[in-house]
Write a protein that binds this ligand. Structure first.
Ligand code: PLP
Length: 376
């Protein structure tokens, strides 16, 4: 069988959530971001390990409903809000929390309000502090906050950092200033207004901006949130391991070529291994000096380079001088190499590698400590 496998470590997920919590005041709540199928980890695998979070953040209604279908009772927040009036009604029916970032959403919320005790009575009002992605501008947000407050909504002023991974980037100070000034202005007429600014990078780099809720994503999954520290240095553990096996071995002669476009050529007799994984599984096609870990016939692990072009179903690695058997285990990312090392060779970020895995690899969940039935 083709043993190309995505292994999700629930203990690592639970551990990473605790690491994040160690950065927080005890009163700060954590919205665990599980959009994009828990950053490609699978919500079924991820949610039971993240039960210490105070709520779950998703990008769209289908993701929210998928969590509901699994029987989870924790608050669910649609971090882009609803896309139509019909969806607003669905959000009310399921008591999802919603971001409101533009005027149509505001009007839907004003035309039909949830019950007083509903979680959806709290609106995550999005303020554009400089990223120019989602959110009301300076004047419109005051008006929106007034109207929502008058309609009896509890507000959480929310915004998103553009550059939180680079602590000294001037955008951060500007966004933080704008955010806190607006929070004060809104609290003049809606004193109970709460606030949420930080993603994973913000939690690490701007500890004084935790406010009432943080929205933690990438750190949960054990990939690096900030530019100048590795995930390992932050005490985060990789929640995902992508692995496969050697399916063929060759001894090349001098001048023999490897793979499509014959990009790699041996300059002497050379041993290579073919590994059963490619871009059809979600491994990036373009990697420069990408490495994998391979276990030799004696159980010793080596880091070896990918040679030639990554194909849809296979890639080739240099195993010269190693004793390798067919079936030898290969780790594409996990503890070593880390997903961040691979991402850097592929000119991207860990987030994208996690999200672009395909349906083809097998999926496996491992856990020593996690009671997988704990769904409250
Ligand atoms: C995805 C997302 C987050 C989480 O960001 P990370 O960098 O993964 O921690 C936080 N807030 C919003 C609005 C998001 O869309």
């Amino acid at each position: 069988m083709r043993n190309t496998t995505i292994t999700i470590d629930q203990d690592a997920l639970a551990h990473n959530l605790q690491v994040i919590k160690q950065h927080l005041k005890p009163t700060t709540k954590v919205l665990a971001m599980v959009k994009a199928d828990a950053y490609g980890h699978g919500i079924q695998a991820a949610l039971p390990a993240l039960m210490a979070a105070d709520g779950f953040g998703v990008a769209c209604m289908s993701e929210a409903l998928a969590i509901k279908t699994l029987g989870h009772q924790k608050p669910i927040v649609l971090i882009e809000g609803v896309f139509s009036q019909a969806e607003w009604q669905t959000a009310l029916a399921h008591d999802f929390g919603c971001v409101i970032h533009q005027i149509e959403q505001l009007n839907w919320a004003l035309s039909l309000t949830p019950d007083d005790d509903a979680f959806g009575r709290t609106i995550w009002l999005k303020y554009n502090t400089g990223m120019s992605r989602l959110g009301f501008g300076d004047d419109a947000i005051i008006e929106a906050a007034r109207q929502l407050n008058d309609a009896g909504y509890q507000l959480i002023l929310t915004s998103h950092f553009a550059c939180a991974d680079e602590q000294s980037h001037p955008m951060n100070a500007r966004q933080i200033l704008k955010f806190n000034q607006m929070l004060n202005a809104i609290r003049q007429f809606a004193p109970q207004t709460l606030a949420s600014l930080c993603n994973s990078a913000g939690i690490i780099n701007f500890a004084d901006q935790q406010h009432d809720w943080v929205r933690a994503g990438i750190a949960l999954y054990g990939s690096k949130p900030v530019a100048d520290q590795s995930a390992h240095e932050l005490g985060l553990k990789p929640a995902m391991t992508l692995s496969s096996q050697v399916m063929a071995l060759h001894t090349l002669a001098d001048q023999d070529c490897v793979g499509y476009s014959a990009l790699w050529m041996a300059t002497k007799a050379h041993q290579i291994a073919v590994v059963a994984i490619g871009y059809g599984d979600g491994y990036p096609r373009v990697v420069s000096s990408g490495k994998v870990s391979i276990t030799d016939a004696h159980g010793k692990v080596h880091q070896r380079e990918i040679i030639g072009r990554v194909a849809m179903d296979m890639l080739m690695i240099d195993v010269d001088g190693l004793e390798i058997n067919i079936g030898a285990p290969v780790v594409l990312w996990g503890a070593s190499p880390s997903i961040d090392e691979v991402a850097s060779c592929a000119g991207t970020i860990g987030y994208e590698l996690m999200c672009r895995l395909t349906q083809r690899p097998k999926r496996r969940i491992v856990s020593i400590n996690q009671p997988t039935s704990s769904q409250n």
